[in-house]
Design a protein. Sequence first.
Length: 123
Amino acid sequence: MLSAIVSFAVVLVVSALVLWIVSKLNLGLSVDSFMTAILAALVIAIVTAIVLWLLGLFGITLGGGWLGAIIALIISAIVLMISGSFLSGMQVGGFGGAFIAAIAIGVVTWIVNWLLGLVGITL
């Protein structure tokens, strides 16, 4: 149980770090502070879980390949837009900004996971 809590906390902090980095790159997403980034990561996780659950109710799953990646990016952009409406310290620059931010978040998350994997940490 304790390891699950620690894993959740680590993933939350890494996700907040990714949001904060993307915010500093001015790619359509901005957060006011690192604490806002932590709250944003939590809200994004909750909204993502709800959206994927709703899609699952309709039998919609994300496939692999380019089409699956594009659909996942569109869903991520929508989740960012929805999450931005819940947090006053997070601003999303429309769908285009959210889409670019979703791409940047995906790339930065991949890099962070790759770097953590080099030292033997998996998320």
